[in-house]
Design a protein around this ligand. Structure first.
Ligand SMILES: [Zn+2]
Length: 233
């Protein structure tokens, strides 16, 4: 019985803090987290990911007012980044989301940390939050906060359950998310410079839908950040 309990505890700890690399399966050292150093170094970074003129800006330009936008990695179908995002969303690995937030900040957002004072994660619908047990964007935001010291404020609520949107056109998706978010903590948003954070940017509709109530409630600046920018096929 005691052995079974020990085994269960060990399995649980391994799930939280894996001892093998999540991509190549090789053992990792106590100084590494989730990925071995070669796999971490080889993750495909977004083009010009540290600069203010980049593909994320191009993707979102004209959809809503934002001052800067950053994505860390190139998200392509069946690529390594998709594998990682799948793990953090569906394999109950919130700590991986936190770690991605830490890596993203150490390499990119750290350079821009004086431009924002509040971190707002894109929320999940309560039903989805209940099923998954955590919001991956909140976990990423916590990783950003860990490095910068800026507070995470869950200022948004998601009202309508988003339907599976893959069959919709870019503009139908935009319509579908434009009234999906509302503000939950207006006093913590007014006059603030917000870093709005999500896991993946595809069309930009979710970012646009989330940014609108922040802007309407007096946020002074919106900077957009995501772990991955989905590559167009
Ligand atoms: Zn590896």
């Amino acid at each position: 019985m005691e052995i079974t309990l020990k085994r269960l505890a060990l399995d649980f700890m391994t799930m939280l803090f894996p001892t093998v690399c999540g991509l190549c399966g090789k053992a990792i050292t106590p100084f590494e987290s989730f990925l071995c150093s070669p796999c971490l170094i080889q993750l495909p970074r977004e083009r010009n990911y540290r600069g203010i003129e980049n593909d994320t800006c191009t993707r979102l330009r004209g959809m809503f007012p934002f001052s800067e936008a950053y994505s860390y990695l190139r998200f392509s179908k069946k690529g390594q980044v998709q594998k990682l995002i799948h793990k953090l969303k569906y394999n109950r690995q919130p700590k991986l989301a936190f770690q991605l937030g830490v890596w993203f900040t150490s390499e990119v957002l750290f350079l821009h940390q004086d431009k924002f004072d509040t971190i707002v994660p894109v929320p999940l619908h309560p039903d989805k939050l209940y099923t998954r047990g955590y919001n991956q964007s909140f976990e990423i935001a916590t990783g950003v906060s860990h490095v910068t010291g800026h507070p995470v404020v869950e200022a948004l609520e998601r009202i309508h359950k988003s339907e599976t949107q893959t069959h919709l056109s870019r503009w139908d998706r935009f319509e579908n998310t434009s009234n999906e978010f509302c503000i939950a903590k207006p006093d913590e948003i007014r006059g603030k410079s917000i870093l709005l954070i999500d896991d993946i940017i595809t069309t930009g509709a979710t970012m646009s839908g989330s940014a609108s109530p922040l802007i309407a409630n007096g946020a002074s600046r919106i900077i957009v950040a995501a772990i991955g920018l989905a590559q167009k096929a």
